[in-house]
Every structure is written in C-alpha cells, then in structure tokens.
Write a protein that binds this ligand. Structure first.
Ligand SMILES: [Zn+2]
Ligand SMILES: [Zn+2]
Length: 273
C-alpha cells in the first residue's frame, strides 16, 4: 500500500474503542503499513469529557503499552507514540504540561467540544444555537488550536458536518480561514477516513471533504491519511481509494513524524495491471 502510515488509532482505554492493541498492529502489518501510531484520547482535568477518554491515572500505562509494542514489533512495523489531545480554552497550561510530559512522536489536535465545560459536542444535533454559530464556534476554536503551537497534526477538520447541518456562508468562510491558518502555521492536516463508517453522516465522506482537500493541496499543507480506528478492523480504512484520489489531485508527498519532527515521503502509484 503506497500510504505507509496510520497515525490515529484508539485503544480501549478511552472507553469507546474495542480490541487488543496488538490486533491493530497486526492489521497494520497485514495492510503493508510501515508505521502505525496510537493516538488515544488524552485525559483532561476534573474529569472533563471523562466518558470518552483515558483517566489521568492511566496515561503512564498507555505510554508503557505503546512503548512495549514498539519493542515487541521492532523490525516488522514501527509503532509510534501519539496522543489525540483536545484543545480546550482555559486549559492551555495543563495541555502544555501534558505535551511535555512524555516523548510523543506527534500530537493530534482536536476540537470535540464547543465550550470549556466539554458539554457541547461539536457534532451534536441539539445545540442551543444554529448551524452557522456551530461552525463559527468550532472553527474559531480550531484557529486557536492551530495558533497555540502545541500540536503537529490537525484532526477531522470539518467534523461538525456529522450533525447533518450544512455550514452556511459564515461556516464556509470560517473553514477557509482555518485552512489558511493551518497553512500559515505550517501544521500538518489529516485526511480522516472515519467518515466512511459514521452512519450519522448524510453520505460517506472524508474529514475534510474533497473540496477542502483540494484547497489544502493548493495551499501546500502537509498531509497524513488516518483512519481514526476504534477497532482493529478499521485500521487503514479506505486507504487505497484515498491514495488514488490524492494521486489524481496531484498530491505526490505525505509526511511522517518521529519525536515531533516531520519528514516527507513520496507517494507512488502502484503500477496498473
Ligand atoms: Zn477525534
Ligand atoms: Zn480519534
């Protein structure tokens, strides 16, 4: 498989993913990946968003499990230590400490909530404001995430669409501004394939959708393709199709990470038979 990495793999520690971590790694090997990276949901203080993430007391264990797998699979596949770290306004110091506390290979920055109490899910269908406000709030937070300088990869860019709501003119403008901010900051954007298995989306799709991927390519934003797997069978989901699509759109390079340093590799098309 020409896409060589899948850097967004969850573990049962977050409470809503299934399957042994070893099975995810084995699936990565079977697919021909050279690198597989775990990026489970980070702990937050005071139990914020606690139903979908690791506890603070579990973070040491998570890091140890991933580093054990690195050793166990050495020579067969590189196992990377990542974290999907929510950006939450007001928690900047806490997140800075978390970012510095372990030798992460990369940090994936996510907005899952539209408020600092982590009560308003970004793709909820029952928000106390309209869709334009939903998108405007989400992308305003995403811009702050980008500008805080704490992250390497921006996750599931247009995830509010999971609510079924269209962005409207204000939302579209906010998305374009956020992409420009990513380009200016030199951050990497993930193409997240979990939208192919989210039944609440009006149609199967990547995050971000194709027109935004095209804009990201035009802005020369570095890309990775990630599955956001919450079970071993979801590792590498739709990667062959995405590789073909990226090639058609003129994408020739993707990026890798090691200890928060970014490198590039050539995306080669398999010979047609
Ligand atoms: Zn996420
Ligand atoms: Zn995720």
């Amino acid at each position: 498989m020409p896409i060589l990495t899948d850097y967004h793999i969850h573990t049962p520690l977050c409470g809503h993913a299934t399957g042994p971590m070893e099975d995810c790694v084995e699936r990565g090997i079977a697919l021909g990946l050279r690198e597989i990276g775990f990026a489970c949901h980070n702990p937050l203080p005071r139990g914020l968003g606690g139903d979908v993430r690791m506890k603070e007391s579990e973070l040491d264990y998570y890091v140890r499990r991933v580093t054990d797998l690195q050793f166990q699979y050495r020579g067969r596949i590189d196992v990377l230590l990542g974290l999907e770290m929510d950006y939450v306004e007001g928690l900047e110091d806490y997140l800075a400490r978390q970012a510095a506390a372990y030798p992460w290979d990369y940090l994936i920055g996510s907005i899952h909530y539209l408020d600092s109490d982590c009560a308003l899910c970004a793709w909820s269908r029952r928000l106390p404001f309209d869709a334009e406000e939903q998108y405007a709030r989400y992308f305003a937070l995403l811009e702050k995430l980008v500008q805080c300088g704490r992250y390497d990869i921006v996750s599931h860019f247009d995830v509010p669409k999971r609510s079924g709501n269209a962005p409207g003119p204000r939302g579209v403008e906010a998305m374009q501004r956020a992409l420009d901010a990513i380009a200016r900051a030199g951050l990497c954007l993930e193409i997240n394939t979990s939208g192919y298995r989210h039944p609440d989306l009006p149609q199967p799709d990547t995050y971000p959708a194709l027109p935004l991927i095209e804009r990201a390519l035009a802005l020369r934003i570095p890309l990775v393709v990630n599955s956001d797997a919450h079970g071993p069978d979801q590792v590498g989901l739709m990667f062959s199709a995405i590789e073909q699509l990226l090639w058609q759109k003129g994408c020739r390079q993707l990026v890798t990470f090691r200890q928060r340093r970014r490198d590039r590799y050539w995306l080669r098309q398999e010979t047609m038979k």
